[in-house]
Design a protein around this ligand. Structure first.
Ligand SMILES: Nc1ncnc2c1ncn2[C@@H]1O[C@H](COP(=O)(O)OP(=O)(O)O)[C@@H](O)[C@H]1O
Ligand SMILES: [Mg+2]
Length: 371
């Protein structure tokens, strides 16, 4: 798959943009604050309907404009697939092939993206929320049903927390409604967990050997799921449901006392170890970077294996950060197979020949010109 065309209207610092891209490597050059990241972010948004930089869609609308439009044409399975997103202050609309998709789970997955950004280190160093978001986004784009179950889970979780707050206030709370809501929560939590466990197996199978290679065969990466409750990664959907029900029953009083849901996928985390030491705690800056890089590189192959088509790669200001060995590793992994967008302030920092023959675009204050 590759993106043929991108159109922007009143999006971030872009008033109007319509460009066609090369199906191999596209380099976006520009000084700071001209719109390089915004441009790559637009491609990301076209895949996920939301940004990785903000949870507030309103920030995407150009200042003083009413709405923002991000659209494009994806070439996939020998045909053109028009994608379109409109962000109003009240909400957003997503269209595939000019047809509005009522559920996000029906939109996400059409376009697959793997992004490398300076923020990637938060994947290792940041809060559990960063890692849950990572797994949710990556898994969502290859498994639309995951997006559905996660969305339902989050909706019911809110209701359940609200209910627990109400029960907290009461002398002798009636638990009938709580039991119903807990059952609904479990129905989706079990799918979310099952999805994550399956995904972790895939992620490990790709990321661990890649990590070994880019650490010059010196380091072994281990990835663990740290659940907020006792779980068996080999469990079936039924097992998970039973186990969740058991554990919710056990902590019912405590949850009412605390007025919130204490266990479930919204409290889980991922742990990374290098040579059996936790990277977040003991890893050097270099080891943290290598871990993040291996996780992202793994996505490329993982998506290809699951979807049958390579994702589109976005490299926002990260290439010049990598040493020559890692730069070469990355660029040879994508060579000729993966449409890639590279942003940089200075192309001289990137020596690889892939970059020398790329299509060049310059961005100045939200205006892009092909070089
Ligand atoms: N909603 C918005 N409306 C108008 N301008 C915006 C909006 N959001 C961000 N910007 C502007 O976009 C510019 C940053 O663009 P960015 O793509 O991050 O730069 P860089 O080229 O350094 O990657 C900044 O000048 C910022 O003020
Ligand atoms: Mg930038």
């Amino acid at each position: 798959m590759y993106i043929k065309e991108l159109k922007l209207k009143d999006y971030r610092n872009y008033k109007e943009l319509d460009i066609t891209f090369d199906n191999q490597v596209n380099v976006i050059i520009g000084e700071n604050a001209q719109g390089k990241t915004n441009l790559l972010e637009a491609l990301y948004i076209l895949a996920f309907t939301k940004s990785y930089r903000t949870t507030n869609d309103r920030e995407l609308i150009k200042w003083n404009a009413e709405f923002a439009k991000v659209s494009g044409v994806l070439y996939k399975k020998n045909r053109n697939l028009p994608l379109e997103l409109i962000f109003h202050k009240q909400g957003k609309k997503a269209k595939i092939n000019h047809l509005e998709q009522s559920k996000l789970s029906e939109y996400i997955g059409a376009l697959n993206i793997v992004m490398f950004a300076p923020e990637d280190l938060t994947l290792v160093k940041g809060s559990p929320q960063n890692r849950r978001r990572y797994i949710d986004m990556e898994l969502g784009q290859i498994q639309p049903m995951y997006v559905y179950h996660l969305g339902e889970y989050q909706k019911i979780l809110k209701q359940r927390n609200h209910l627990l707050k109400q029960l907290q206030q009461k002398q002798s709370p009636d638990l009938t409604l709580l039991e119903v809501v807990t059952e609904q929560l479990i129905a989706h939590a079990s799918h979310v967990l099952l999805g994550r466990f399956k995904y972790l197996k895939l992620l490990r199978s790709w990321a661990i050997p890649i990590h070994y290679e880019i650490s010059r065969e010196l380091e072994h990466l281990r990835i663990e799921y740290a659940p907020s409750l006792q779980l068996d990664e080999e469990a079936t959907l039924e097992d998970l449901k039973i186990s969740l029900a058991d554990q919710f029953k056990k902590i019912e009083k405590n949850e009412i006392f605390r007025g919130t849901t204490l266990i479930g996928p919204h409290r889980d985390d991922l742990l990374f170890f290098i040579n059996d030491k936790e990277v977040k705690i003991y890893g050097s800056q270099g080891q943290q970077r290598t871990t993040a890089l291996a996780l992202k590189l793994a996505e490329i192959d993982l998506i290809y294996n699951e979807i049958g088509s390579y994702p589109i790669l976005l490299l926002d200001d990260v290439l010049s950060e990598l040493d020559d060995f890692r730069q070469s590793h990355l660029l040879s992994a994508i060579e000729g197979k993966v449409q890639t967008f590279v942003s940089t302030t200075n192309i001289d920092g990137i020596n690889h020949e892939t970059i020398q023959k790329a299509a060049l675009f310059e961005v100045v204050n939200g205006v892009v010109t092909k070089k």
